[in-house]
Ligand binder design. Structure first.
Ligand SMILES: [Zn+2]
Length: 222
């Protein structure tokens, strides 16, 4: 973060040993995002009401596995309030080993009985593959850019070769990825057969959840 000249002068002028001054310095160098988040949290706390009394197990006994995409708000698109359901999010909403770890904890210790896998239209995971990602990381750790010719690194290195050892779980086609993930969850020996897993695609243009019938069929309870 670059500090403006006035802010730098104020920080130099303040005695950093003094606790009050240390707090002022911290306020001065906080990013706008950090300030905004903490301000929003203060408002949230003001209206927190009796939510501190909520029990840990989700009250509506279900879990959603979905993508981290910023356009998706599961609390809104699925009508959730605090305490209702588990929401497990990662890039793509993929049934990674870690997502399955969370789902197993979700039912085994916290009692969920129905699960959703929800991918979405225009997912960022459709725009690259393992090779592209590992190549980009190899050349630079700065944010890459994309245009009609594909992804480009705009900056110098150093990069990292670690990306070559990761399966990034990218997506070629959403109905296939939803089916694949529902099937993987159902195939886990740690998942009881009586938990249904529903497969859906969230449409980013309308907010609608669209069923992937083959996935829901594969995810039937038995
Ligand atoms: Zn996504």
């Amino acid at each position: 973060m670059l500090l403006d000249t006035l802010t730098c002068r104020i920080i130099e002028w303040l005695d950093p040993i003094d606790n009050n001054n240390a707090l002022i310095v911290r306020e001065l160098i906080m990013s706008d995002i950090l300030n905004d988040v903490l301000s929003a949290n203060r408002d949230y706390v003001d209206d927190f009401g009796d939510k501190g009394e909520l029990p840990m197990p989700p009250g509506r006994n279900f879990a959603i596995l979905t993508c981290m995409d910023a356009r998706l708000d599961p609390a809104k698109y699925a009508g959730l309030a605090e305490g209702d359901a588990h929401v497990i999010r990662n890039a793509g909403g993929r049934a990674s080993d870690d997502a399955i770890r969370s789902l197993v904890i979700s039912y085994k210790l916290l009692g969920t009985r129905e699960w959703f896998v929800i991918h979405h239209t225009d997912c960022g995971m459709e725009y690259f593959n393992n090779e592209i990602m590992s190549d980009l990381l190899s050349s630079s750790l700065k944010t890459a850019s994309v245009d009609a010719d594909g992804w480009h690194d705009c900056c110098e290195g150093p990069g990292s070769t670690e990306g070559k050892y990761i399966n990034w779980l990218t997506i070629k086609e959403q109905t296939e990825s939803v089916l694949e993930d529902v099937a993987r969850i159902k195939a886990s020996s740690m998942v009881p057969s009586d938990i249904p897993v529903y497969g859906y695609i969230y449409d980013c243009k309308s907010g609608r959840l669209i069923e992937v019938p083959a996935a829901t069929e594969a995810g039937q309870a038995s």
